[in-house]
Write a protein that binds this ligand. Structure first.
Ligand code: F3S
Length: 676
């Protein structure tokens, strides 16, 4: 076939519209308990609007229609400040899907008019985007044709010139000229040229035409020069679609159509090259359909394949039939599938996957061959509604049944948290896992499982209702038991292993060392004095422990966390010796002396006879807990873990020197304070 069809790369959803559509679908998913509306149709496309309605998103035309607690989505065109205020006053939850490029214009208009400047906007006064822009002027009450107020709208350069002349006679502080994002680029350039006759001192021009529009318009313009026929797809009430049509009409035979059904009314007998572009609200699947039908129309009689046509006509489909098809388009609302018949096959998103969180592009891609079930046929319109989910669910059920019979472990993703448990989706089949079988402790939230991949076993199957109940806990318990067996086979006393702290009690810490929870008793946790085992470790810590004892009969394992090299007696022996003078801290007082800490874990005794050079009747008269004193190591019995200290040994013979001299007596301290 020599005839050609070229689809413009920029045809279809622009960034702002795509974003708004995604926001709307997300909102429908997240706010199932609320009434959701768009303020005006979200986009100029009836099929998308109808699909949104199916998902619970209605359309209201005025903020006054919304009630307290409702959710209202602001579409990409944006709205004026007053609309936001009214919605807020009504207690409405606002979801702002205004295109960021439009929001930028709102800010610009607010800033300029606040400075007293006149804002002149190139565009269509009645267009919702322009209405929204006008709603951000300082006074918010301007915009008539009288020339009074903060802002004016002009449709073309002739009107702009008139407005500028009128303004010259007034005392405005300056003029800012900007445009609707979808304004015709050719007309905008004419306006720029027209401005040159005025003093540019007080006139500032802001190019606010969206580059998406600019690119779409210029690509369509260049395509229309190359093709003898142009098809512009989009809503007849869509301003940017109409502009594309106007631009292309200047260069070729041009038709504005809303979808492929209108192709039959056009005579393509002379068409050799057809160019296709589409407005910003046209979904990809509509463009794809037009392209597909155009390909058929342009096929000439010579290329007519009789056998193929026969085969097609014999290939009958009916509701409930399972057929294979090739994915030809993936968009945010549906998947188009070529099922090899005259029908256009659609899989609505709700019929694509059992996982409500799955993105269409993650499930299928263009070119994939997939099995689907026909759920509805419309021969008049040539539409076949399809379901991939049902095919998956059938296959999933077979897998689940097999796994139930064999005890096989399945893998799936947690797709929903529901009352009493979670839903795990595996191969398109939804399996209920009761809360008690999730392995999540009753005190903890099951939310942590959402979207996680889990391994589970089927513990119950209802063949009639095709429902299954699963257990994640069963798998983890079995695997743990296996790991436990392996542990007891290889574990030896003295072996060092890594483990995870599972729980902490007053008497010690339980550590999972691989299928077995071993106990580290408090005394084996650290050499230091502690108030509680939680001073040393926390639940979830990965720690290295040494196996102290194993009882395979009872399955009990004792562990040690403290390290030999940290043993204070080892440290003491290495660094201290008899006769050495040390700074020590009094930690306890007894009738026969005081204990003083030399290093953490080693306390030496200062016997009552070794405290001073005089007879000491009461230890507390000389020493208090917390005092730091200098003492001499006079004896050391490592085997029995005893160290003797003496303060007296450091005092000159016959000289009285109380150990507490570093801390002034109470009355002395008071005296000092008074003097100060
Ligand atoms: Fe935004 Fe440009 Fe589209 S302004 S809505 S991205 S045409």
């Amino acid at each position: 076939m020599n005839k050609s069809i070229t689809v413009a790369k920029t045809a279809g959803f622009c960034f702002g519209v795509d974003r708004a559509v995604k926001i709307a679908y997300e909102t429908a998913k997240e706010q199932t308990d609320k009434k959701i509306y768009t303020l005006g149709p979200l986009i100029h496309n009836p099929s998308v609007v109808a699909d949104l309605e199916k998902r619970g998103i209605g359309v209201i035309n005025s903020p006054s229609e919304a009630k307290e607690g409702d959710t209202v989505i602001i579409r990409s065109h944006g709205v004026g400040r007053a609309v936001f205020d009214e919605l807020k006053d009504r207690g409405v939850n606002i979801v702002d899907a205004t295109c960021p490029f439009v929001t930028k214009i709102h800010k610009l208009v607010a800033e300029r008019t606040a400075k007293g400047e006149l804002v002149l906007i190139a565009g269509d006064r009645e267009h919702p985007e322009v209405q929204g822009i006008l709603g951000w002027t300082e006074s918010s009450a301007v915009c008539d044709n009288s020339g009074e107020g903060d802002a004016e709208v002009f449709p073309n350069c002739v009107e702009l010139v008139k407005l500028l002349r009128k303004n010259c006679e007034k005392s405005k502080k300056g003029v800012a000229i900007l445009s609707q994002t979808t304004y015709n680029i050719v007309m905008w350039n004419q306006c720029i040229r027209a401005i040159s006759e005025f003093s540019t001192e007080d006139v500032t021009v802001y190019d606010t035409i969206c580059t998406a529009t600019e690119k779409r318009q210029s690509e369509a313009e260049s395509l229309s020069r190359k093709c003898d026929t142009m098809l512009i797809i989009g809503g007849r009430n869509s301003s940017n679609t109409k502009k594309l049509y106007d631009i292309c009409s200047a260069n070729s035979r041009c038709f504005l159509i809303e979808d492929s059904r209108e192709l039959k009314d056009i005579d393509f007998s002379t068409a050799e090259s057809v160019g296709i572009s589409a407005g910003a609200s046209t979904p990809a699947y509509i463009i794809e359909e037009v392209k597909k039908d155009m390909t058929e129309i342009l096929s000439n009689e010579e290329e007519f394949n009789f056998e193929e046509a026969m085969e097609q006509s014999l290939k009958k489909i009916y509701t409930g039939k399972r057929v294979s098809g090739v994915v030809t388009a993936v968009n945010s609302t549906e998947i188009i599938v070529d099922i090899g018949t005259k029908h256009t096959g659609y899989i609505p998103l709700s019929e694509l996957s059992a996982d409500p969180n799955a993105k269409p592009e993650d499930v299928v891609k263009v070119g994939d061959t997939i099995d689907v079930i026909v759920t509805k046929l419309n021969d008049v319109e040539g539409i076949a509604m399809l379901s991939k989910k049902q095919v998956d669910a059938q296959k999933g059920y077979d897998d689940v049944k097999k796994a139930y019979e064999s005890g096989e472990v399945l893998t799936g993703t947690v797709t929903n948290i529901i009352k009493g448990g979670v839903i795990v989706t595996t191969s398109g089949m939804r399996v209920f896992v009761p809360a008690s079988q999730t392995g999540v402790r009753a005190a903890d939230s099951m939310d942590t499982l959402l979207k996680k991949e889990v391994r589970f076993k089927i513990i119950e199957l209802n063949e009639q209702r095709k429902r299954a109940v699963g257990s994640i806990r069963k798998v983890t318990a079995e695997e743990r038991a296996q790991r436990g067996e392996a542990f007891f086979e290889t574990a030896e006393v003295g072996q060092t292993v890594m483990g995870e702290v599972k729980s902490i009690t007053d008497y010690g810490v339980f550590v999972d060392v691989g299928g077995v929870d071993g106990l580290v008793r408090r005394m084996d946790l650290t050499w230091a004095r502690i108030k509680h085992p939680s001073d040393v470790v926390s639940v979830g810590d990965r720690i290295e422990v040494t196996i102290k004892d194993i009882d395979k009969e009872t399955g009990k394992v004792s562990l040690v966390y403290k390290k030999t090299e940290d043993n204070p007696w080892v440290i003491f022996e290495k660094n201290y010796s008899v006769g050495q003078t040390v700074e020590v801290k009094i930690v306890s007082i007894t009738a026969f002396g005081a204990f003083a800490q030399i290093i953490p874990g080693i306390d030496g005794l200062i016997h009552i006879s070794q405290i001073a050079n005089q007879r000491v009747a009461n230890v507390a008269d000389f020493l208090s807990v917390g005092d730091v004193v200098t003492a001499k190591i006079t004896d050391c019995d490592i085997a029995n873990k005893r160290v003797s200290l003496s303060i007296r040994a450091l005092l000159p013979e016959g000289e009285y020197k109380p150990a507490k001299e570093t801390a002034p007596a109470e009355d002395e301290a008071e005296e000092a304070e008074t003097e100060e």
